[in-house]
Design a protein around this ligand. Structure first.
Ligand SMILES: NC(=O)C1=CN([C@@H]2O[C@H](COP(=O)(O)OP(=O)(O)OC[C@H]3O[C@@H](n4cnc5c(N)ncnc54)[C@H](OP(=O)(O)O)[C@@H]3O)[C@@H](O)[C@H]2O)C=CC1
Ligand SMILES: O=C(O)C1=N[C@H](C(=O)O)C[C@H](O)C1
Length: 265
């Protein structure tokens, strides 16, 4: 039987790609799309595919009642992502969440809800395999080169900064890097924010420009040398194999998994 999937944010940049990916896979079935403004219209007509016979709804709670969905894919906004996850978990529907902007407290509380509901969930700040490898390599490098700065670069419609990927990378680096404040002890910002946002003593810089999709550099500095890791998503199709994998994996999870790195060896 195909896995029945609801996509929240189906009209958005990522949601549109996710709908197309689901429609191409016979192991998956699109139950409906969710959008805060559209109700009753055909998902395919909204995203330029023509009629596909699957409706858009503006109320996730009702849609969870109406369709016996297995998985909720959430690609919305930091504000709605957490509420959507809670609504799904309360109905034992498994969330696969790409939405970024969750706090550490959100993750802890959602993890507790997964336990209470005995329902698996997956939150992945980045679904692109190249980005997962970049994060894993950054963790490896930080063991030997603990002075590091992250520069993440995104399109100028992005709501959250720093990106979820930059935060996850910083968290993974911090697992092996002894916390210390980088830079000259007496350095002074002539313009506020010049040195970026500090995460356990190392800076993260966020660039927002039209023309960009999703890019990140992790630069390590050591005695007489630097090492630069760089990943570029030049198209949102880069995220789709990861979302497909996550939908299939979450069916076998019994807890909240934070990061695709946890399910890719
Ligand atoms: N994990 C990953 O690999 C990736 C994650 N992302 C993240 O995914 C999220 C979406 O990004 P992107 O597609 O670029 O953003 P968009 O702004 O293009 O899409 C978001 C969509 O969500 C809809 N929306 C907003 N509120 C709700 C709600 N309560 N219920 C249902 N739909 C809602 C919006 O439409 P409307 O307002 O009409 O409802 C909009 O269509 C972001 O958080 C981004 O950071 C992006 C790329 C990769
Ligand atoms: O908003 C985006 O576009 C992206 N968001 C995610 C993030 O915050 O890291 C993933 C990717 O970088 C694209």
């Amino acid at each position: 039987m195909a896995i029945k999937v609801i996509v929240a944010g189906a009209k958005g940049r990522m949601g549109t790609e996710a709908v197309k990916m689901i429609l191409k896979d016979s192991e998956l079935q699109l139950a409906c799309g969710i959008d805060s403004k559209l109700d009753g219209v055909d998902v395919g007509e909204v995203i330029g595919l023509g009629h596909i016979g699957v409706p858009m709804h503006n109320d996730l709670e009702q849609a969870l009642e109406q369709y016996e969905a297995d998985v909720l894919v959430d690609l919305t906004t930091p504000q709605s992502g957490r509420r959507n996850m809670e609504l799904a978990l309360n109905k034992q529907v498994r969330p696969v969440v790409g939405t970024t902007g969750f706090s550490a407290q959100d993750i802890t509380e959602l993890s507790e809800l997964c336990q209470q509901q005995q329902t698996g969930a997956l939150i992945a700040p980045n679904f692109a395999i190249g980005a997962i490898l970049m994060m894993k390599f950054a963790k490896q490098a930080a063991k030997y080169m603990p002075d590091v700065e992250i520069i993440e670069m995104h399109h100028n419609q992005k709501l959250d900064a720093p990106s979820g990927t930059a935060i996850k990378t910083a968290e993974m680096i911090s697992e092996v890097r002894e916390e210390h404040r980088q830079g000259h002890p007496e350095e002074k910002e002539e313009i506020d924010g010049a040195r970026g946002a500090f995460f356990q003593g190392f800076p993260i810089h966020s660039v927002r420009l039209p023309g960009l999709v999703a890019h990140q550099q992790v630069i390590f500095g050591g005695e007489g040398q630097t090492l630069t890791l760089r990943h570029d998503s030049i198209d949102r199709s880069s995220f789709m194999p990861g979302i497909n994998l996550a939908i299939k994996k979450v069916m076998h999870l019994e807890e909240l998994v934070y990061g695709l790195d946890k399910i890719i060896d």
